[in-house]
Each structure stands twice: as C-alpha cells, then as structure tokens.
Design a protein around this ligand. Structure first.
Ligand SMILES: Cc1cc2nc3c(=O)[nH]c(=O)nc-3n(C[C@H](O)[C@H](O)[C@H](O)COP(=O)(O)OP(=O)(O)OC[C@H]3O[C@@H](n4cnc5c(N)ncnc54)[C@H](O)[C@@H]3O)c2cc1C
Length: 649
C-alpha cells in the first residue's frame, strides 16, 4: 500500500499523455489575479533563474535570492559539456522514448518513470527557447546546431557551447530575468542567504534571510516558496561544485517537514583533475565531453607505472601494446562513454590494483593523441580548446603533448527534497526544482541531463504546476511578516549565529569541514559497506561535537563574514552527511553511484535488489538527536522492461 504521506500525484493513463493530461487539469490563474500573488524563488542557477523569469513574465510578483553578488554567478555557470535534448538532429534514430529509456537505465531503475518521460518530452522545447534567447550553441558548417555524445548513450543528442554551456545558458536565463527585473515583476536580492523557512498553518509562507553585506536578518513573505538552491556535493569538502554550493536551504526545509529523498545517491565524476596535496579546497572537472574523443588508459606493466611515478618516462613513450584501455576492454559496446558511475569505479579498480599513474597512485590517463591524429589539431582545438587550456593552466602539462591525468571526484547529488509530479514537496506551498530536488535521475545522472532538468523544471514545468496551488490563494492577503511564526524563526536564526560566535575555539571552519570530507570520502564515497557506514555516523557525531566545542569564527555578525557563512553551512553538512550515511546503510543493494561492497557481481559490477529496494527512500525529520523516519515510494515501471544494466554488448 502506498505511503499516505507520499502522494506522488502521477496522472493516470498512457505515459505519453500524462503531462498533457496534468496540464489540462491544472487550474490557471487569471492575469489580474497573478498580480496579487507573490512567489519567493531561492537560487538563481539555471533552475531558479528560468523559473523566476518565467513566473515574472506570467505576471506573478517574484522575489529572487542568491548568495553571490549577481544572479549570473550561480554555480550553474560552471557547467561545461552540454545539455541533452531529443531533437534527433543527427538522424541517428533518437527520440523522446530513447532519451526516456537511456535516463531510466542510466539511473539504474531508481527514478520515477512519469517524471523522466516528461523531462524527455519537454527537452526539445528547451533548445528552441534558448536559441530564441540567443544562446550561441555550437553549429555545423552549414548552420545547423551541432551535437556530441555523452556517457551512457549511443546517439549524439548533447547541445553545447564549447566548454561553457552552463555559462551561455545562464546568460540567456539571466537576460530574461533582467527583463523582468526592469519591468518590476521580479525583485532581486543578491548577497542574501536564506537561513530558515517560515511555515504558517502548515504552508510555506516565507523565508528568513541574512543580508551577507550588513549581517541584517530579514523577513520575506509570499504565497509560495520555490527552492532552487542546488546540490549538496560539498558535504565532501572537496568537490567540483562551486565553493558556495551547499545543502542548507534543503536542510532547513527538511527540519520543517519536507521529506529528503535518496540522500545517499551522490555522483562521482570520473574525469577530474586529481587531488594535489592537502591544502586544496576545490577540485576541477574536466568535462565528460572529452570522453567523446579522449581514450582512458593505464599501463599494463607495473614497471612502467613505477617509472612514471619516478618521472623516468613519459606516458607518450609507453608503446601502444603496453597500454590497458580498460574501459574499451571491459565495456566494448560503450567504451570510453560508459556512464559516470561505471567509469569511476573502473578507475578506482585499476588504481586499487596498483596501476595509478601519479605519485599518489590515484590517477589514470585521458589521452588525445589518437584524436589529434584522426581529426587534426584544428578540429580538436575547436571542440575542446578551452578545456585543454584550463588543464594546462592548472597542471602545467599540455594535453597536446602528454595525456591528461584524471581521477574521480564528487560532482553532483541525485538525492534531494522529495517532490511530487507537480514538483511540490511534502510541505504545501514549498516547491523544489533543479538539483535541489530528487526527481529524475535515480541512482546515477547521465551527463548533460542536469541542465536539461533544471531548465525543464524552471521554464516548462513549475510555471504551470505552481499555478494549480496558487489558484486557491489569490483571495488570501499578502503574507504578514509580523506573524509570530516569522518572529520565532528569526529568533532561532539569531540564536544559532550567537551560539557559533560564543564557541571561541581554535579550529577553523575549513579544517573541521575537511575532516568531515575525509569521513565522507572514506566511508560514504565510491565504495560503501555496513561497517564503514556505521562508523561514519559515529564519527560525524563526534566531529559535530568538536565543532561546537572548538570552532573559531572571528569577526561579528554585522559585517561581511565568510567564516560565519561557512560555519552555518557546515552545521547543515553534518546533518546531511549523517543522513547520507543512514540512507546508504539502509539501502542494502548496489545501484548507480551507490556501491555497497557486499552487493556486487563476480566481475565487480553493481548488484541491485529490485525485490526489496525498488523504492524512493524519503526521510522524515523527527527532531534533534532523534532518528529520522523512512518512508517508501514504490517505483512502478510500466513502460520499461527492467533489466540488469549492461554496457558491454
Ligand atoms: C564543474 C561542473 C560542470 C558541470 N557540467 C554540466 C554539464 O555540462 N551539463 C549538465 O547537464 N550538468 C552539468 N553540471 C551539473 C549542473 O551544472 C548543475 O546540476 C546545475 O547547474 C544545478 O543548477 P541549479 O539551478 O539546480 O543550482 P545551482 O546552479 O547550484 O544554483 C544554486 C543557487 O542557489 C543559491 N543558493 C543556495 N543556497 C542558498 C541559500 N541558502 N540562500 C540563498 N541562495 C542560495 C546559490 O547562490 C545559487 O544561485 C556540472 C556541474 C559542475 C560542478
């Protein structure tokens, strides 16, 4: 029987008609009533910017918040490789069904079928929308939009703007947002960090935010709140995410009653620049697009590995027959373009076996020598020039001469706030979009599908579905921020800040966060097991205590204080990390990026347990220090045959 607290609201009927059916049944709000309604959007990445621009254009009154000094500096700007859409421009037999199928399979059959189909269905419109905005997608000589391929698929459906797709898409959304800001339908609050969600009579009615310039704690009311606050990959301290990315808004919502779904599903990206020393605070992604032409390998002979580590030979000097192109060997059908989780585990396997090619033993090669020979310098430059440049700047090694060195790193979180088909959380009036929700990617996201999801949510799904909620609200007055619920939430925020300053310890926020990162990577990373996960929960608890005894946050609240900002986020990272470990412990199966060592096939592949774990794990907060309660949303596949993922043949 379905959990009564998890009503997914998936429309009845054939999958291809569900979204049309839902849209036609959503009540709309007339233009004169839209003017009376206020919506808060937190986050200005592709999810938030596209949603706020759309809602503003529709006539709602929107307030948009972000941490950075301009909405256009959201983390989405970092996205490199591209955005998927089932346009079939390459005439390679792509279709909505194929994109749907690839995404469900890529997610290892742990995503909600109806949502994924809708995502595939609206994907083509995203490209049209962005082209209309002037996004400079790469084009073929004849003027057609160009495509490339990403992991886990056998067609070319990824649209891109060199290695800066996120930046160009965000500029498009930002231009639309600015139009609305100028028109007065959107009011922008940069340098404002949401620190709590305000609930009145069980509904989301506003937020408490800290002005990051003055330190002032401010109240903002609305008829509905949308969280587009991104993912929680920075729980691991080192990740490819922007330094400001955090999971705090999601945790604030979780503590107020929004369920958190599949927290343990985190994506580890196979092609990042390896960690250099222990003073690093950020990892750099080398785009998955590079796997279109780059070949991944390690030496076959241990003596070559040793010579490489001792800098006695260069990679280019190792003859072809002594190289192990291990992805091509293990997965002939997909080769270097297997999904991220598969490629990451395979790199780990080679490095664990001793074949890692740098001093730490934690690196493999990504080689372009063949591509340069085949395509010529100019074509490779056109495709990957800025990525090569970035790699050389960071490592001082030219990928034109020697292969890149890469290693897996935390990159994306598939888990997030549980949402129904309307993208509404378990709190009425609170919606979550983009990476902040759990909705579409199951146990593993395919490359170039995050941008697709963020923009699908923001341009084409939320603007309709939120209308269904707001259509019952236009006769309600504006939310009164003098209500006791606002005062209470504001008081709690002020107390939390005061408590942090009161510690006056000796350790920096970063050094404690780094320790959390070590625990997470060691026990809740690429490979997990029961003993390690139990240990992680205990260790995180101890670290939390250490924080409250010994953290040092200098300065005051009444000024720009980044240490305070980081400390507030770290408090939430402890809770997320613990929830991730708890969820990973509960999920006694391996699927997608969640690899439980106890559950693997003979050749080291993930072993799902469909009988017992074909569900979304949605966690309900039960109070501080109490164990959260697990709710299960069963996943039903009516349109896809469930099989074991196979990228070999
Ligand atoms: C290096 C890199 C490359 C990538 N390349 C690709 C790619 O090629 N293709 C692809 O599909 N995906 C890619 N991804 C993933 C993709 O970029 C993200 O998943 C996506 O951009 C997330 O968008 P978002 O709108 O959900 O959130 P984000 O872009 O993370 O934006 C979050 C917003 O919320 C704000 N915010 C957060 N917390 C608060 C708070 N408490 N108060 C106020 N504001 C807050 C932030 O300031 C920001 O404006 C890449 C990711 C990385 C790290």
């Amino acid at each position: 029987m379905a959990d009564p607290k998890l009503i997914s609201k998936i429309p009845e009927g054939p999958i291809k008609d569900k979204w049309s059916k839902r849209k036609s049944s959503i009540r709309v709000v007339s233009p004169n009533n839209k003017r009376k309604l206020e919506v808060i959007v937190v986050g200005t990445g592709l999810g938030g910017a596209s949603a706020a621009a759309s809602l503003g254009e529709m006539g709602y009154n929107v307030k948009i918040f972000c941490i950075s000094d301009s909405p256009r500096r959201a983390h989405s700007i970092a996205a490199q490789g591209g955005i998927n859409a089932a346009k079939n421009y390459q005439n390679d037999n792509d279709s909505v069904s194929r994109l749907f199928f690839d995404t469900v399979k890529g997610g290892d059959y742990r995503s909600r079928e109806a949502n994924v189909y809708r995502l595939a269905e609206v994907s083509a419109a995203i490209i049209d929308q962005c082209v209309a905005q002037g996004v400079p997608f790469a084009r073929e000589y004849g003027g057609y939009l160009a495509n490339r391929s990403f992991g886990g698929v056998q067609v070319s459906r990824t649209f891109y703007a060199r290695g800066q797709t996120g930046q160009q898409l965000l500029l498009g959304a930002y231009a639309s947002l600015n139009k609305e800001i100028a028109a007065g339908t959107v009011k922008s609050y940069p340098r404002h960090e949401m620190l709590d969600l305000v609930i009145i009579n069980g509904e989301a009615k506003g937020i408490i935010a800290r002005n990051l310039v003055t330190g002032e704690i401010e109240r903002f009311g609305a008829h509905a709140v949308v969280l587009a606050t991104g993912g929680y990959g920075n729980t691991y301290f080192l990740s490819t995410n922007a330094m400001n990315s955090n999971g705090s808004a999601a945790m604030q919502a979780y503590r107020k009653g929004a369920f958190f779904a599949n927290p343990c599903f985190a994506q580890i990206h196979p092609t990042c620049i390896p960690v250099h020393g222990d003073q690093q605070c950020k990892l750099t992604l080398m785009s998955e697009s590079l796997r279109n032409d780059g070949r991944i390998w390690v030496p076959k002979k241990m003596e070559d590995v040793m010579k490489l580590r001792a800098h006695q030979i260069k990679a280019s000097e190792i003859p072809e027959e002594d190289r192990d192109y291990y992805l091509e060997r293990r997965y002939p059908a997909f080769g270097n373009l297997v999904p991220r989780d598969v490629a990451s585990r395979a790199a780990k396997e080679r490095c664990d076996a001793g074949f890692g090619v740098n001093e730490t033993g934690l690196a493999v090669f990504l080689d372009f020598a063949d591509a340069i020979k085949r395509l010529g310098h100019q074509r490779v430059e056109e495709r990957y020039g800025n990525l090569f440049q970035m790699y050389e700047k960071i490592t001082n090694v030219s990928p034109w001469k020697e292969p890149m060195m890469i290693y897996p790193a935390i990159h994306y979180t598939m888990g997030g706030l549980w949402v129904d088909y309307d993208l509404q959380t378990t709190i009425p009036g609170l919606f979550a979009i983009g990476e902040a929700n759990f909705s579409d990617h199951g146990g593993n996201r395919l490359g170039a599908s995050a941008l697709m999801q963020g923009l699908a949510d923001g341009y084409f799904i939320l603007p309709y579905t939120i209308g269904g909620y707001l259509s019952h609200k236009f006769s309600e007055p504006k939310t009164d921020t003098n209500a006791p619920e606002f005062a209470e939430a504001e008081k709690k925020v002020a107390e939390r800040i005061a408590k942090i300053f009161a510690v006056q310890g000796k350790e920096t926020v970063d050094s404690i966060h780094k320790k959390l990162g070590h625990i997470m990577w060691e026990y809740v990373g690429m490979a997990r097991n029961e003993e390690g996960l139990k240990k992680a929960i205990v260790e995180i608890g101890k670290l939390r205590e250490e924080f409250w005894k010994n953290v040092c946050v200098p300065g005051t609240n009444g000024e720009v204080n980044q240490e305070l900002e980081k400390a507030l986020r770290l408090v939430d990272f402890f809770d997320i990390g613990e929830l991730m470990a708890r969820d990973a412990l509960n999920r006694r199966e391996s699927c997608g990026g969640h690899f439980r060592e106890e559950m693997q096939t003979e050749d080291g592949e993930t072993k799902r347990d469909d009988e017992n774990f074909m569900y979304v794990a949605a966690w309900e907060y039960k109070g501080e220090g109490k164990e959260p309660e697990l709710h299960k949303e069963d996943l039903v596949y009516e349109n896809i045959k469930i099989v074991t993922r196979n990228y070999k043949d």
